[in-house]
Design a protein around this ligand. Sequence first.
Ligand SMILES: [Zn+2]
Length: 56
Amino acid sequence: MSLRPCPSCENNVSTQAEFCPKCGHPFGSNKEKNNGITFWGIVGAVVVAILIISVF
Ligand SMILES: [Zn+2]
């Protein structure tokens, strides 16, 4: 488990925490970024699969 500085109050907060325990700054946007990466990862995999099928 690692720590990261809060962008609002610079308090060291666990990366597991959903919000800063000191000032209450939410870190929920990180989950949205992860979901976005997963979504585009799936889209990329589908595009690659279509390209492979079309080649053969
Ligand atoms: Zn904070």
